[in-house]
Design a protein around this ligand. Sequence first.
Ligand SMILES: [Zn+2]
Ligand SMILES: [Zn+2]
Length: 300
Amino acid sequence: MSTANQPQVTFWGTRGSIPTPGRTTEKFGGNTPCVSVMYKDTLVIIDAGSGIRNCGLELLSEAAAKGQKQLSLHLLLSHTHWDHIQGLPFFGPAYIKGNKLVIYGSPNKEGFLESILSDQMDTQYFPVEMSTFASDLSIEEMPEDAPLQLGDLSIEWQEQIYHPGGSVRFKISAGGKKIIYASDVELDIMFNSNEKTEETEKHAKEYLEFIDGADLLIADGQYSEEEYKTKAHWGHTSVPVLLEVAYRAGVGHLAFFHHDPLHTDKFLNDLWSQYSTKYHTADPPMHIFWAREGLTMPIG
Ligand SMILES: [Zn+2]
Ligand SMILES: [Zn+2]
């Protein structure tokens, strides 16, 4: 995660719902959502699933190697379902005095973000309270009328209502590139003609505009077409719908994300084989892959 002249994305956790360690998930990983974007000397972390633990360990070992005393970190939270916040109590840099950590969430949580995060560290659930964080911690709302500017990165966001309790998608612009993180949303409701209403049409248009021309779209594609039939309205998207929508918006690279806990490495490899050729050979092509824990990719 050392300084990068082009934006660099690292996947620390790609699994949805619950950590799933084990032999059948060792390729794509078992940790829950956490992604970092590094550009020049600014690092932005998105979501604090169990993957953030390894992200923190790496940050601390890099800082020690460089003799760097203070870390300035920004964490964007898409929402507060367990799989997106459960790693926060294990994020090492938060416990170190001198480090600065700013956590951003949706303003629509109406000030509850801080209590949600500290409640998960109540002694009934966890032995160490959030007040033990020795870093300079602040919890802020995403700005409503202008992009959030962090170093050379500019961040826009939108609410996603097609997920129980809602979630937020983020667009990070850096070095002329667009990286979108849009996990935990059920695109099938927005784009399925059987459910079409004025409202879903409006939201579909907003979504397409938001992801338009993304260099990298990291998106919820939790269910196969078959699985979706019994899991409609659970808040997640099916593979063929995501493919179709991303292609329509001219996405360059599409990362399937928030893998279902039941999906083994073999199952995900098979999905890739089933769909990749069609999109890789399309004109223009769209590169698709299933996000793998530990993968770092330059966006250039
Ligand atoms: Zn989730
Ligand atoms: Zn969720």
